[in-house]
Write a protein that binds this ligand. Sequence first.
Ligand code: ADP
Ligand code: MG
Length: 729
Amino acid sequence: MKNYRFSAVERAWEHKPIVVSASEEKLQTVFGRQVFTRERMRDYIAEQTLELLFDAIDNNKPIGRALAGSVAIGMKKWAIENGATHFTHWFQPLTGGTAEKQDAFFGFDKQGRVMEEFSGSELYQQEPDASSFPNGGIRNTFEARGYSAWDPTSPAFVVDDRLCIPTIFVAYTGEALDYKTPLLRSIEALDKAATDVCNYFDKNVKNVRSNLGWEQEYFLVDKALYCARPDLVMTGRTLIGHYPAKSQQLDDHYFGTIPERVTAFMTELEQEAHKLGIPVKTRHNEVAPNQFELAPIYEELNLANDHNLLIMSLMEKIAHKHNFQVLFHEKPYAGVNGSGKHCNWSMSTNTGVNLLSPGKNPYSNLQFVTFLVNILKAVQRHNGLLKASIVSATNAHRLGANEAPPAIISIFLGTTLTQALNEIEHADLDHGIIINAKKEMKLGVAHIPEILLDNTDRNRTSPFAFTGNRFEFRAVGSSANCGAAMLALNAAVAEQLKYFKEEVDALIAGGESKERALFTIIRKYITDTKAIRFDGNGYSDEWKAEAAVRGLDCETSAPLIIDNYLGEKAVSMFERVGVLSLAELRSRCEVKWQNYSMKLQIESRVLGDMVQNHALPAAQRYQSILLDNVKKMQDIFGKEGITDLAAEDIDMIRKIGNSNNRILHLVAEMVALRVKANHITDERERAVAFHDTVVPKMEEIRALVDELEMIVDDELWTLPKYRELLFIR
Ligand code: ADP
Ligand code: MG
């Protein structure tokens, strides 16, 4: 009898690479073809309308319905020409991923004739059936309405037969129910606060934008094998499975050749991404077998985040065609490297200056140092919150494990920059600053241009690292919406820049020169931010002890980390910069706790099933083969005869018996604890109960089942093993 597993393995081997030919068209014609870009709008929308639209977008002005109506006519025409029959408001609910409500371009004209209809109000606002999206108590049933509203800063695009319109998703009462709304608010808050600070250095700076370059890590697994693993299908990760003899010890996968079948997938993915205007550029193998990374050229934050979400759904779709399943889970395989989504973040001005790039002259270096120390200060103050912004039931498997990131947020600056800060800190203010007519200054900052990009040392153990012209927030999970982390970071930095300006202005008002005032506060910040700066090994136990002494948040329990959102510091910060209200923060936490419990509830159920329907029956079958064998030996050699001959077999029979018993007992305990946790009505308490009581049982069960996997006859084991999941191409 061929089991489940063997037929899956057989099918997996049969899957051959699908030929994807290189596009014959020029990249210039293909790139952005499915996007309603500004350029394309010119062919479909009247000049005057466009002027109003661009002015509204660029200067954050409201767009009236009349204007939306004119835009909708052109947008519909373009979309229909490009194969769209439907339109959808595309939004980012708190459950993760994206959601759509599709409507046809369909209506009747005044004479009752059918026509392709798409009005300004349909572009502008929709009311999706919102009751199935989590809201954390913001919406009562009597007003269970949510609205999606057009975000004109991110261009509409066509996927298959749909015109997709990026939208925000808010409650009837205006509270955000998604990631995009607060992200946009945070972009605006940072723009304002950073522009004010830039104006100390250059009055021509009118706005500051935030940038994001994400690096998406993921695993690919053969579809047939995936389907034979209930845990992968239901939870996105393996709940049991023994570590394979070979995994990543040899580091031979990293930057190795990409398997043909995977290359075919990547090629098609890149072609489709380019059509959607996503500037993907980099692809390579990651540390673990069958783990890969994809990265675009960085873009404005809101657009970059939309592009990340869009490409995640594109990846799933294209992988399917190539008989792969993409695993976005942060830790699909225990004992094997997990996946993250490094968020490369920076700020740049309308004058073309990257504020995180050391400048060409000492004066612009002073600006660079100003932003640098403010970021240090913001991250130090809100280190717990930033950790909360990346925590989830799935990312919790990476946090604190012996890989990036550690469950403590610290900043890596590298030796050169650290030294430059030390010099500034200890320079003599009265003799140190020399400012000539050209506004050139001499002080520690003058040395900074020397730290060119390639000069910054790399520290892979740091969750938040300076990498030459940007910060890299590495703790973000591979399955996450980057918006959660980015909006917290933007908001924290915006708040901090406001404090900075207040402090500097106070000194100036007291008669200090601007330069001296800036220096004074910068130096104070350098001294104040020692706790957050750490260049050593973030995985070490010494660091955990040291970080606690420094007062950094060292909590490792996901449900408790979430508390940071409701801490006094976070609440006042979010309110001060207008990014999230207390009600919104509360609702977000409820949703986070709820998601946590739901995920664990599902995992624990699936584990119970797999143990009882797969692992234990296999072990029992093997045990009964052994029993049979011993019995037959006894028939031939007699009772005395087998004491030596079958000693090992008898031991094994006992071992399996004990183990099965113990596992069944643990499963019963786990179920009881789960039922108990499920009865708790308070979301936070329930999540804590899952974390504290159900998770440890799951781990105990897993350890025993993984031992069984090593003992039981390979032919009897019904679940694809790690070596198959990870090495079949
Ligand atoms: P790695 O960190 O692996 O060396 P890369 O050099 O490929 O990665 O860059 C990673 C990401 O950082 C890319 O998306 C890149 O566009 C982005 N990036 C580069 N410069 C900046 C910047 N100034 N601001 C934001 N992102 C940036
Ligand atoms: Mg990187």
